[in-house]
Design a protein around this ligand. Structure first.
Ligand code: CP
Ligand code: NVA
Length: 333
């Protein structure tokens, strides 16, 4: 790669622990500043005259709205390109699309299916590519999720290369999917332990487990990841209960089979009680949510962080655009 090759954000695995923690802290400080009415000087007009191309071949509420709003707050122009609007791997190669669009804009934010598609776009793009969700990763979501966790469990001391969350425990109950994979990578880097409960046959694939393990290399206290097929085992001693849909976009044809397989995996107050979650346990979900994976009693309870978590997508998008577009991949406070 040439010294001018752009730096991309395809997964949390692309970030060192210090960089990941810095993005989360930057998101937190921009949130505080902007909410108190003062947009930081370093952000003001920082994307002025710049276009952020948003190439989405799947639906989106949060990722689309947060990215567009972030670009506007920074003085840039978000350009939404849905799958009916442009040739995105249909009727034109991804190579051609990437070369052409990146010659005209300052950043590509792409939501595709296969990870290899977003990786291909990145390979041929002359500007940074930010993954807006693929079948394997969802980095913008995980920056927002760790901001949410950092706010809910504030660290007692200042840490440089972590968020001071070491030893916290996340129970993931449900499907092993894109959101879980990047969450587990982030947790490994931040020293947060995770127990993942999926039905048999729906565990984390071996190649993904390897990527998650590798995220802990060089980390002084990496988070531990354990898998089980028993939801109660995951919940035991957990500070956070987290889940996502049982049927991700693109899996619609498996819906009936999945509904059957995931019976008993709904997050409810009874599950938390039976499993022995920590007294102060909180609930998170990236949304969109369906009632089967979590009961209303949990989803709309004071334990639920889902709406601050969704709002945090905006602050995560600002921090990511600042780090990857304004500062060209140099992630600094
Ligand atoms: N959480 C999330 O990415 O939501 P959208 O699919 O609505 O963007
Ligand atoms: N796992 C879900 C996340 C949506 C934000 C999906 O891929 O559809």
């Amino acid at each position: 790669t040439s010294p001018f090759a752009p730096r991309h954000l395809l997964s949390i695995a692309d970030l060192t622990p210090a960089e990941f923690a810095t993005l989360v802290r930057n998101a937190a400080s921009h949130k505080r500043a902007i909410k108190s009415g003062a947009i930081p000087q370093s952000l003001l007009g920082s994307l002025s005259g710049k276009t952020v191309a948003m190439m989405f071949n799947k639906r989106s509420t949060r990722t689309r709205v947060s990215t567009e709003a972030a670009a506007v707050q920074m003085g840039g122009h978000p350009m939404f390109l849905g799958k009916e609007d442009i040739q995105l791997g249909v009727n034109e190669s991804l190579y051609d699309t990437s070369v052409v669009i990146s010659s005209m804009v300052s950043c590509l934010v792409a939501r595709v299916s296969k990870h290899s598609d977003v990786a291909d776009l990145a390979k041929h793009s002359s500007v940074p590519v930010i993954n807006a969700l693929c079948d394997s990763f969802h980095p913008l979501q995980i920056i927002a999720d760790f901001l949410t966790i950092y706010e809910a469990f504030p660290p007692k001391a200042h840490h440089l290369s972590s968020l001071g969350l070491e030893g916290l425990k996340i129970a993931w109950v449900g499907d092993a999917n894109n959101v879980l994979f990047d969450l587990a990578i982030g947790a490994t880097k931040m020293g947060v332990d995770m127990v993942v409960a999926t039905p048999a046959g729906y565990e984390i694939p071996a190649d993904m487990l390897e990527i998650i393990q590798r995220a802990g290399e060089g980390v002084s206290r990496p988070g531990k990841l354990t898998q089980t097929n028993v939801p109660e085992e995951a919940v035991k001693g957990a500070d956070l209960l987290v889940t996502d849909t049982w049927v991700s976009m693109g899996q619609e044809e498996e819906k009936i089979k999945r509904m059957q397989a995931f019976k008993g995996f709904q997050i409810t107050p009874e599950l938390a009680q039976r499993g022995g979650a920590n007294g102060g346990w909180k609930f998170m979900h990236c949304l969109p949510r369906h009632p089967e994976e979590v009961s209303d009693e949990v989803f709309y309870s004071p334990r639920s962080l889902v709406f601050p978590e969704a709002e945090n997508r905006l602050w995560a998008a600002i921090a990511a655009l600042e780090g990857f577009v304004v500062n060209k991949g140099k992630i600094v406070e």
